[in-house]
Ligand binder design. Structure first.
Ligand code: X2X
Length: 339
């Protein structure tokens, strides 16, 4: 075999790729010192997972490969209730969770989900990036979990059904509706006279498909990416509550990183969250047309009958009592008087 310049070049290119001969001379990425898992309940196509993928890459780069986070979307590691246990035990290091579901561990965390509290996104972010967010993160810290500064968005929630559009609060009476696993959600739909069933999101598509429940409620970005329109006919734009996702970290795992790495990781998580907020807000305003084309029939009920029913049923008074005056007055700073 004659060695030409070309075959030599080919040979060296091949060995550089496999890394054997030239490896000592090639600058190699470090083995990760911190190989962490981030799990969530949403499809890969949702902005949460799109921004998380960018975030993981930005963290890997800026830490020179010392921090490697793997993303497990779409309930691959279990339902929310299960993932919360894994976060606490250290089986996973990062997890995004609705404040309402987190309230099964941190009772006052659900306060941001009170029905018809926030009129719009401007009020939401003022509260969640302000004193209400500070208050809730303090409560979460007491449970030994770290919540990043910027809560990610889920959105204003809308009701879908397979049976009929919801026009007024009276239409919710007796409705078999799935709600996430949280006392606040169950309480709210009981106040409407519905028959709420608590289910983790992992089970929602099948529960709707098999008719275990007739209805569910979620923001349009989820109705779209989780393809709930395939198993629902009507979508009523009730905007009955705002919901987000606290980006949570197992404290031991987070504090195991030196401070300079913690700063980099937190910065990229918060930045990704800000981008995710913009993505979700855009989707939630744009998606109606697309979902109509996919067969969902939309209506836009007025909020008055729903608010009035929650008031009559004593919903606001009951929850004010549970959260206490301090927390409730922080909430009302941002929403005005409730109930
Ligand atoms: O479970 C839901 O409905 C979801 C995806 O919106 C939450 O995570 C609360």
């Amino acid at each position: 075999m004659t060695l030409t310049r070309r075959t030599l070049l080919q040979a060296s290119a091949a060995t550089a790729l496999t890394g054997s001969v030239f490896a000592p001379f090639v600058a190699r990425a470090q083995e990760p010192e911190f190989a962490y898992k981030y799990a969530n309940n949403l499809p890969v196509t949702h902005p949460m997972n799109i921004r998380a993928a960018e975030m993981v890459e930005a963290i890997r780069k800026e830490t020179d490969g010392r921090v490697a986070i793997s993303v497990f979307p779409s309930n691959q590691l279990g339902g929310d209730t299960d993932m919360l246990s894994q976060l606490r035990s250290g089986g996973i290091e990062f997890f995004t969770l609705s404040p309402l579901i987190l309230s099964t561990l941190v009772p006052n965390a659900s306060i941001s989900g009170i029905g018809f509290a926030f009129p719009d996104y401007a009020a939401v972010w003022r509260a969640m990036d302000g004193k209400l967010g500070d208050y809730v993160r303090g409560q979460i810290a007491k449970a030994g979990i770290i919540a990043m500064d910027k809560i990610w968005d889920n959105g204003f929630r809308q009701i879908t059904t397979s049976t009929k559009p919801i026009d007024t609060a009276a239409d919710l009476k007796g409705l078999k509706i799935r709600v996430p696993v949280s006392p606040l959600w169950t309480s709210m739909f009981k106040a409407f006279g519905s028959a709420p069933a608590s289910l983790n999101f992992a089970e929602v598509y099948t529960a709707l498909q098999t008719g275990t429940v007739d209805a569910q409620e979620n923001p349009l970005a989820i109705i779209s990416t989780a393809k709930l329109y395939e198993v629902q006919k009507y979508c009523s734009l009730t905007n009955h509550m705002w919901d987000g996702f606290w980006f949570l970290a197992n404290r031991r795992a987070f504090m195991a990183m030196p401070e300079n790495l913690r700063t980099i990781v937190a910065k990229h998580i918060n930045e990704a969250g800000m981008k995710e907020r913009a993505d979700v807000a855009a989707l939630n305003t744009e998606l109606q047309k697309d979902l109509t084309a996919k067969g969902l029939a939309f209506n836009a009920p007025k909020p008055e009958s729903f608010r009035a029913q929650l008031g009559t049923a004593g919903f606001y008074g009951e929850w004010k009592g549970k959260y206490g005056d301090e927390a409730w007055s922080i909430l009302e700073t941002y929403t005005g008087k409730l109930g």
